[in-house]
Design a protein around this ligand. Structure first.
Ligand SMILES: Cc1ncc(COP(=O)(O)O)c(C=O)c1O
Length: 458
């Protein structure tokens, strides 16, 4: 029996003891239940979707509770800790910043913020980039959309629409939610947000993917659908999308990316890539858009930018970043000295520990194992794919290609009972996104556990 993430009934486990995994209690741990119950009593219900593991410490690629259990973390704290949890260099930088008698500066000039902005501008493949810092990824999303709409309005007052991919994720503030097109309860907002399907080959929305290997025709289909719905390019200010959406871990096909870029150029539409999840080395390149030869005008960063405390950014074309007047775009904690120190240290760690290469090589080994699993279960696994350590395994119901949410979530929960931490997606797939610094043998051990769970449950 696998536990339900909402339920707090302990499920017995077999003891597990390896170099990295240690499970010695039922899950959830009976002693943790009163604490989780108290948390649920005071916290909004929306926060209760994860497996009930009471995190006490997270270090490197391991997560521990205070009851003697330890997991290999395949979540990175939801794709946060690219450089590893509590990396000693990041912790030291945070400590030094906290001792430095400068804990907040708002928009006043500050040298450490300068250092991070220069670093981001150097990393950016967009010529003459500028950047601005915020706290949450969703704040970067809002700022990027504001910039694109400001730019659109320099061309015509009605050029304020935002186009994005259906089923994407850009954060939970109102504009970000609208850009995701996911919130039915917001249908009443007659705001100019439009979505097109993401060109995901295993579930190609336009017939047979084999007929359109580069995705160029798919983009034409998207344009036709927009036109049929009365959406004109002149009314669109910007496109916001992930080059590899978090749910798909699938790179935008090159022909689609090229057609999108040309369409944006032809109609003065800005292109912004959301790199909050697929950026900072996750796919084996600094930025996900590099996986599909796409050069955006703007991109957003967050999560792995610090692997720890909240820092996000919008980076890209200086003429666009400079549209708001002094004071019109800012954030109290943006460029906070502690966050900036963490980001600089995280960038150093990614470079010094060669985590882009590690992501590619470890990811390739894991993917080969998961693809072998798929080959063994052709009726239950639709696809195993990804780039670097941005991998997902998609389940389907036998006899149909419909997503098997139950099986995917059951595999996640069973893996947690066996010492491999996965999150429950509720969408028919599991995601393999450990810290990029994971020991390759630990990653393979975790992949084996997933295979065992599938064998037990499929
Ligand atoms: C692709 C993407 N964009 C934006 C966000 C929002 O970031 P935050 O949760 O820091 O607001 C997320 C968070 O998961 C994300 O995955």
């Amino acid at each position: 029996m696998a536990f339900d993430s909402a339920s707090l009934t302990p499920v017995p486990t077999e003891p597990v003891q390896t170099a990295w995994r240690r499970i010695q209690t039922p899950v959830p741990v009976p002693e943790s239940i009163p604490v989780i119950e108290r948390l649920r009593a005071v916290e909004a219900r929306s926060m209760a979707g994860m497996p009930p593991v009471l995190w006490d410490e997270a270090e490197g690629f391991l997560v521990r509770d205070r009851f003697g259990n330890q997991w290999i973390d395949l979540t990175s704290g939801i794709v946060l800790a690219n450089a590893g949890h509590a990396h000693p260099k990041i912790c030291a930088a945070i400590r030094a910043a906290a001792d430095g008698k400068l804990l907040g500066t708002y928009a006043f000039p500050q040298e450490r913020r300068l250092e991070l902005l220069e670093r981001l501008a150097e990393l950016s493949p967009v010529d003459d980039s500028k950047a601005i810092l915020f706290s949450a990824g969703t704040e970067a999303t809002e700022a990027a959309m504001t910039l694109m709409r400001r730019h659109g309005q320099t061309i015509n007052p009605g050029k304020v629409g935002i186009l994005s991919f259906a089923d994407g994720y850009h954060g939970r503030t109102l504009g970000a939610d609208l850009a995701m097109g996911s919130a039915n309860w917001m249908d009443d907002y007659a705001l100019p947000f439009y979505q097109i399907p993401f060109p995901y080959a295993p579930r190609w929305p336009w017939g047979d993917a084999a007929d359109d290997p580069t995705g160029e025709k798919a983009f034409e289909q998207c344009l036709k659908a927009l036109e049929a719905n009365g959406v004109r390019a002149e009314s669109i200010a910007g496109f916001l999308g992930e080059a590899l959406p978090g749910w798909a871990t699938w790179p935008m096909p090159a022909g689609f990316a090229k057609a999108l870029r040309s369409w944006c150029n032809a109609h003065d539409i800005l292109l912004c890539c959301d790199e909050v999840q697929c950026g900072m080395g996750r796919t084996g390149r600094w930025f996900g858009f590099e996986q599909c030869d796409l050069l955006p005008d703007l991109f957003t960063l967050g999560k792995g930018l610090t692997s720890s405390v909240p820092v996000s950014a919008v980076v890209g074309r200086a003429d666009v970043l400079d549209l708001p007047n002094p004071g019109e775009m800012s954030s109290t904690h943006g460029g906070n000295p502690v966050g900036v120190a963490a980001a600089l240290a995280a960038l150093d760690v990614i470079e010094q520990e060669e985590l882009l290469a590690a992501s590619s090589t470890t990811g390739a080994r894991v993917l080969a194992r998961l693809q072998a699993l798929q080959a063994a279960y052709p009726e239950r696994i639709l696809s195993a794919h990804g780039r670097g350590l941005f991998i997902s395994l998609h389940f389907m119901q036998a006899g149909t290609r419909g997503a098997d949410v139950e099986l995917a979530d059951a595999v996640s929960r069973e893996a947690v009972r066996r010492g491999v931490l996965l999150f429950v997606t509720g969408r028919g797939f599991i995601k393999f996104v450990p810290p990029l610094s994971i020991d390759p043998e630990a990653a393979m051990e975790a992949a084996e556990v997933i295979c065992d769970c599938v064998e037990a449950l499929a």
